[in-house]
Write a protein that binds this ligand. Sequence first.
Ligand code: 5GP
Length: 181
Amino acid sequence: MNRVVVHDKTFKVFITKDEIRSRVKEMAWEITKKYKDLNPVFVPILNGSFVFAADLVRACNFDSELSFVKIESYKGLSSTGKVDIKFGLDGKIGGRHLIIIEDIVDSGITLMNFIKEVEKLNPASITIASMLLKPEAVQHQIPIDYLGFRIPNAFVIGYGLDYDGLGRTLEDIYQLDEEEK
Ligand code: 5GP
């Protein structure tokens, strides 16, 4: 399936599920080396990171806990610039090593605001794992400790990422077709 139509847009395959699988394994290996004896708390940011988080956490074969949070920042194809943080973090964050799991860092606004809030809870450390980064779009330099892929500044869907609610269950990552922009 090289191309898919979602709502009114056409998207083409950009990163295949096999490429994703092997990159996630490598990331999990790096995380395991550092965190295997630290019982960290994985903090996936919903909704977009749910697929990546499920794969990454299962590939990390050591004791860890999980605490989902929900942040909303995007409507349609572009950022609203506003970040609505709905906390799912429970009281177990103080003194713990956190590994925040994000689907994609675009401007960096979402993550920057979230990190500010999380720092108030006094964790032992904050680490970021993101599947994707758009270096050309970044406005706030976020230290991403574990990164899947750097991608061009084009809208992507699949592997958890949606376009107005659809496309999250696609196994590959798709990019908006050039001709469709
Ligand atoms: P930022 O605050 O870094 O600009 O945006 C981060 C959030 O915007 C991501 O967690 C994701 O939900 C959404 N986002 C950014 N770029 C894309 C994209 O290309 N496709 C989709 N589906 N969502 C995106």
